[in-house]
Design a protein around this ligand. Structure first.
Ligand code: GLU
Length: 308
């Protein structure tokens, strides 16, 4: 009998212990859930603090170095009206890319310093560290993404061709066997050849996307490459070239009563902010561009600069 009592009390103790353990386990998992929620909240509020408090050490070292320097150095165009334009009299810069650069600097709590770049110099200056980022009608391409980081696009333009009215050139068809001026380091020549192939104007049998070189291309059109756009415009007036090919936004500054665009526009050009590959600035700028696309800031700046 004594043994039976002992046995029953042992079973009761085991049952009690088991139910206590089960109860504890339930509490533990609910504690874990609420801890996880609290962590997410605190990360969110921490990142809010980073946005407001630019002196925070939450930034990667290269971004912190820009903050410590007090200046964000940005490569911009100086002759693309509505994007990056420097008034020759006042030296003031204006345009969509100028405003976006200024806003990025404001976010970091630093001054902005503009360096005029061309299609040929913008990547050298970024690579050498002379500038921190590029906002210069810089088209995002898969090939370029291998060498530099790009933000989500903030604007899409197209390539077209400017000619002297007297030339009688009105379409891609009329360009056959002509000489076309393009900027070194630009997407323009390849875009034109692809459009001519798609239009059935040239065969494309010899076109190779990866190894295309405007300097040696002879099928359908020939190219002359220049370091800057004013020189291409002068070459067009002088009859050194028959046509000037680049993004429409860039051509606008060189149009006149005696010149016209051909009817075709082709090859969408998505402009992104470029940073050094792996730079800490890449993620900071990407977040800002995404925010400004979502909240209408980019749309507003596009309208303000007459780019709609
Ligand atoms: N947007 C084109 C490019 O990135 C044209 C060149 C330029 O931006 O000057 O190649």
């Amino acid at each position: 009998m004594k043994n039976l009592k002992k046995y029953v009390s042992l079973i009761l103790s085991v049952l009690l212990l088991t139910s206590l353990l089960v109860a504890c386990k339930g509490n533990e998992s609910s504690t874990k859930t609420s801890t996880a929620d609290a962590t997410t909240e605190s990360v969110t509020s921490e990142s809010d603090t980073v946005n407001e408090d630019t002196a925070s050490s939450e930034y990667p070292a290269d971004v912190q170095a820009i903050i410590d320097r007090g200046v964000l150095r940005v490569g911009v165009k100086n002759a693309v009206i509505g994007f990056g334009y420097q008034d020759p009299l006042t030296q003031e810069y204006s345009g969509l890319e100028i405003s976006l650069a200024k806003k990025i600097a404001e976010h970091l709590g630093v001054e902005v310093e503009y360096t005029a770049v061309t299609a040929a110099t913008r990547t050298e200056l970024l690579d050498s560290g002379d500038i921190d980022c590029v906002l210069a009608t810089f088209t995002i391409t898969d090939e370029r993404k291998e060498s530099w980081d790009f933000s989500t696009p903030y604007f899409t333009d197209y390539v077209t061709v400017l000619v002297e009215n007297a030339s009688g050139i009105k379409s891609l068809n009329d360009l056959a066997d002509k000489t076309v001026g393009v900027s070194s380091g630009s997407t323009s020549a390849k875009a034109l050849i692809k459009a001519m192939i798609e239009g059935g104007i040239i065969s494309g049998d010899n076109f190779k996307e990866d190894s295309f070189d405007p300097a040696t291309w002879t099928e359908g059109v020939k190219f002359h490459q220049y370091d800057d756009y004013p020189t291409i415009s002068t070459a067009l007036s002088a009859g050194e070239i028959d046509a000037f090919c680049v993004d429409k936004s860039i051509l606008a500054a060189y149009n006149s009563d005696s010149r016209s665009y051909i009817a075709d526009k082709f090859a969408p050009q998505n402009y992104g902010v470029a940073t050094k590959k792996g730079s800490g600035l890449t993620a900071v700028i990407e977040q800002l561009v995404q925010d400004w696309l979502a909240d209408g800031t980019v749309k507003g700046l596009i309208a303000d600069n007459g780019l709609e």
